[in-house]
Ligand binder design. Structure first.
Ligand code: ATP
Length: 901
């Protein structure tokens, strides 16, 4: 374990075990020189590093021999980490150099996946291409998953036949889409599996075997993460479904196993042997093949090999830090026999990239290449924020993670029960009643107390109550802590969506989205929704769209109702429809509205834990008879899935006539592409005057495609203008301020609704402003919280149901402050969490004292959302003087005060 923070500066005397590291930005990279040493001529380079993460006095670190090659890609400003440097005094100065035990790690914060290092060794360009195009739906990929599953099962002591049967059934959907015959697949997998079984049997003859399958590892020192297929007596074992008749494992496979060795080293284990298991070897015909047909190949993992692996990882991390596209020249890529040769040439040609193999075809127009570059960089910036989340696993203390809602700690392990399929159910009691973001159904990292240096397993939360936790895992672990485990899947899928749109997409689609051609519409009119002209116009716009249509729906204007109607119309005319949204909640809400309109011939694609209970019966299982599962998907006139799932390999095999995307104004452009790439035409429904996409990095991802299109092609959109939620006085400010005064109540009943209709009186009805001078704290205001607590009590005393009351606050801290004062049933949350819902009574805490700062004030769209959640009563609580420092809030206070007087 390297030291961090203050202890970084403590360079202990050489010879002390572990822990001596130099870490910080590079200030200078010297010239490479060749010097004569007792070992002959050797290259050297001097790096000047500012240790203690840039705070310390610069020190010189000499890189010898192969390490000197690092100078080719390391640059001033990049972060480096040197473990166990050799030190010597020279002219009163301490100098450091890479010694026998040292490693130099470039950009350790960039977490490289083990499979990426493996690909990068094969060819840096292939690493890049896979990153762009994702894993395709192909038989070898699916078979690989099946064989790995069987491997895990066999390690857990399951019976071979049962394991093969289950794994093949589990892959039913993919096999069906691939048109594979399950019997043949079973036979195929059987061959691979018997190789594993045979080898396991041999191994167990040698005495008591210490196995562990699927080990999740992450190293803060080496900046590597990954999941090892198995660890046997502390040594990594990797399974390969290919064949290898040579005596040695393949080079890139060795690199992969050595990565896991590095990860284990970080935990104090020093594996000296790696094993590769080539399962196809068992299936080859011994009469035809010669060579070494034994599946298991071992190799010794020496320091020199680990050095090479770290340097490869460094090279990759440096290219990523410089935002450079690999060319294939970085390594000795041999293009001649490469399977990816054609693809590689086409991609380099289209994107006009340099590549070792050369390019074919005409480059995409400059605007498209620029678009690609901009979004690629934006997605990678977002990836950095995901890496920062991983880092918090070790940078934050357990208490900080709990405070940040990222962990549940202090669990007392109760029971470990082995399940029928060899997996485990672990339970623990939970002292204290802390709340947490982790919910039943989530995938988390379960650990024995330390998720990085201890034993950790990916787990699924089955039960999480204030006093009990139950999870399921592949392997047992002392259940003391759960951590939110970040995922790069979202950013990976954005890149794939960009790739599919620009390199595989339809020309006409690109012409329209690049604003070279206007969207086209047919002009048939029909009356579909007689009682709402705008909805009717929107439906007609969408039905007539030859490219796309936009439905702009302010709060409560019947977006969901319109979508449901539209879906039925599309299906009725014979279209195959894909319905998508960012969240599972939005997808299920839309499906519910569709079902309410009497249509239920649809398939819901999603995970068991993602899909809402009442939609489970429509969920397409991945497991089952291949023909049946694939048929269920292919024949469904309506398929519904989140945008992330639209980018899965299963969904990427599907095509639709039209794609309908709900809450599209909250989607980044690449996320929207992931859905619309699947269809010939598309309809986006949203409101760009409510919350924008949630991204941590900003840049081009912060603007939705919906907003861009509605600004460019206003005529392609229809705004729904009649709202079914708020009484007249409540909607007035939002209508005037955000919707040019066009938003209006759908009918008299909506316009004139009051609390009196609910037999409630003696409390503020309609709109009210409550002056509270407030306290000075930045993110909380106890005076506002007290006042809100009194008001809520008044409402409840007057007969309002707690479920009908909501409180909106700008900061999580204030949400907690108010939450402590609330009776059961009242919802208290941030604006972001309130979008899409409504309550009879809403109170807004502005935490506005002195200066206006905080998320609610950064973006007027937030206040639009906050003010449009209430049906009958809206109470604004804040300091008039502070609010009046801003024009919009000044008008808001004026409006609210007028109403209440
Ligand atoms: N044309 C219509 N005729 C009758 N009722 C309607 C019509 N359109 C919408 N409604 C009703 O208005 C209410 C709000 O509609 P819906 O839930 O579709 O709004 P929304 O725009 O999706 O809301 P949100 O802004 O919360 O997303 C629902 O009860 C719905 O049944």
């Amino acid at each position: 374990m390297p030291n961090h923070g203050e202890s970084d500066s403590v360079f202990r005397a050489r010879g002390l075990p572990q822990g001596v590291t130099i870490r910080g930005p590079v200030a200078d990279v010297g010239e490479t020189r060749s010097v004569n040493t007792k070992y002959g001529d050797r290259d050297l380079v001097e790096l000047t590093v500012r240790p203690e993460r840039g705070v310390g006095e610069p020190v010189t670190v000499t890189l010898w021999g192969k390490w000197a090659e690092t100078a080719e890609y390391v640059e001033p400003g990049m972060d480096v980490l040197v473990t166990d440097p050799e030190e010597r005094e020279w002219n009163g100065e301490t100098q450091y150099s890479i010694g026998k035990e040292s490693f130099l790690v470039v950009e350790p914060d960039f977490l490289v996946d083990v499979t990426s290092v493996r690909e990068f060794v094969q060819c840096p360009r292939q690493y890049y291409l896979s990153k762009l195009s994702g894993l395709p739906l192909k038989y070898p990929v699916t078979k690989g998953t099946i064989v790995h599953e069987v491997f895990g099962d066999l390690l857990r002591g399951r019976d071979l036949d049962a394991a093969v049967d289950d794994a093949v059934t589990d892959a039913g959907l993919e096999l069906g889409l691939l048109g594979e015959d399950p019997e043949e697949v079973r036979r195929d997998v059987y061959d691979h599996a018997s190789a594993i079984e045979g080898w396991l049997a041999q191994e167990s003859l040698t005495g008591d075997d210490d196995w562990r399958s699927e080990f999740t590892l992450i190293s803060e020192t080496f900046g590597i993460k990954g999941r090892c297929d198995a660890i046997r007596q502390g040594m990594p074992v990797e399974l390969k479904t290919g064949k290898n008749t040579k005596r040695d494992p393949r080079f890139h496979d060795k690199v992969q196993a050595a990565c896991y060795a590095l990860l284990l080293r970080d935990r104090g284990v020093e594996p000296n042997t790696g094993t590769l298991l080539y399962t196809k070897n068992a299936a080859v015909d011994r009469a035809e093949e010669t060579g070494d047909l034994s599946p298991a190949k071992e190799f010794s993992i020496g320091k020199g090999f680990l050095d090479f692996v770290v340097r490869t990882r460094n090279h990759l991390a440096a290219l990523e830090a410089q935002e450079k596209t690999p060319t294939g020249k970085e390594a000795d890529a041999v293009c001649e026999y490469c399977f990816e040769r054609e693809t590689c040439m086409v991609v380099s040609g289209r994107l006009d990239q340099e590549s070792k193999v050369g390019k074919v075809g005409k480059p995409l127009p400059a605007a498209e290449r620029e678009y690609f570059d901009d979004f690629y960089d934006a997605v990678e910036a977002e990836r950095e924020t995901v890496h920062a989340e991983y880092r918090k696993l070790w940078e934050q203390s357990a208490e900080e993670r709990v405070d940040d809602d990222r962990a549940v700690v202090g669990l007392e392990p109760e029971a470990e029960d082995e399940l029928e399929d060899g997996r485990w159910r672990l339970s623990a009691t939970r002292p204290g009643d802390a709340t947490s973001k982790i919910r039943a159904g989530d995938r988390v990292l379960a650990s024995d107390g330390n998720p990085v240096t201890g034993t950790a397993e990916m787990a699924r939360v089955e039960v999480l109550t204030p006093d009990e936790v139950v999870v399921t895992t592949d392997e047992p672990v002392k259940l003391r802590r759960l951590d939110v485990y970040p995922s790069e899947l979202g950013v990976d899928r954005m890149l794939t969506a960009l790739h599919d749109f620009l390199l595989k997409g339809d020309q006409r689609r690109k012409d329209v989205l690049f604003e070279r051609e206007d969207p086209a519409f047919a002009d048939e009119e029909q009356e579909v929704i007689p009682n709402n002209d705008a909805q009717n116009a929107a439906v007609n716009k969408a039905l007539n769209a030859e490219d796309f249509a936009l439905v702009h729906g302010p709060p409560g204007t019947g977006k969901t109702y319109t979508i449901a109607t539209l879906v039925r119309e599309f299906v009725a005319r014979g279209d195959r429809v894909l319905l998508s949204a960012f969240t599972n909640r939005a997808v299920d809400n839309a499906l519910e509205a569709i079902r309410d309109q009497g249509f239920d011939d649809f398939v819901r694609v999603g995970t068991e834990t993602g899909v809402r209970e009442d939609m489970q019966s429509f969920r397409l299982s991945k497991s089952g008879d291949p023909g049946e599962q694939a048929g269920a998907l292919r024949d469904a006139p309506l398929v519904a899935a989140t945008t992330a799932t639209c980018g899965s390999r299963v969904m990427r095999s599907q095509e639709f006539d039209v794609v309908l995307v709900d809450e599209a104004s909250q989607l980044t452009e690449p996320d929207t592409l992931a859905a619309i790439n699947r269809g010939a035409t598309f309809v986006l429904v949203g409101d760009h005057l409510q919350l924008p996409p949630v991204v941590r990095s900003g840049g081009r991802l912060a603007d939705s495609l919906f907003e861009r299109l509605i600004e460019t092609y206003a005529d392609a959109g229809v705004m729904l203008d009649s709202q079914y939620r708020m009484r007249q006085s409540i909607q007035a400010f939002s209508s005037r301020e955000f919707y040019d005064g066009q938003l209006r109540p759908a009918n008299g009943d909506v316009a004139t609704q009051t609390l009196a209709d609910l037999d409630v009186s003696g409390v503020p009805d309609g709109v009210d402003f409550e002056q509270v001078a407030g306290t000075d704290a930045r993110h909380t205001d106890s005076e506002e919280a007290d006042r809100i607590a009194e008001l809520v009590e008044d409402y409840l005393d007057a007969g309002v149901d707690p479920e009908d009351v909501g409180v909106i606050a700008p900061f999580r801290a204030q949400v907690a402050e108010i939450g402590r004062r609330m009776p059961d049933g009242v919802t208290v949350d941030t604006v972001d969490r309130f979008q899409g819902s409504s309550k009879e009574v809403i109170l807004v805490s502005f935490v506005a004292t002195g200066e206006l700062d905080g998320p609610i004030f950064e973006d007027y769209r937030r206040v639009n959302v906050a003010l449009t959640r209430a049906k009958r009563a809206l109470v604004l609580v804040g300091d008039r003087e502070a609010l009046e420092t801003d024009d919009v809030y000044e008008r808001m206070v004026e409006w609210a005060s007028l109403q209440s007087s």
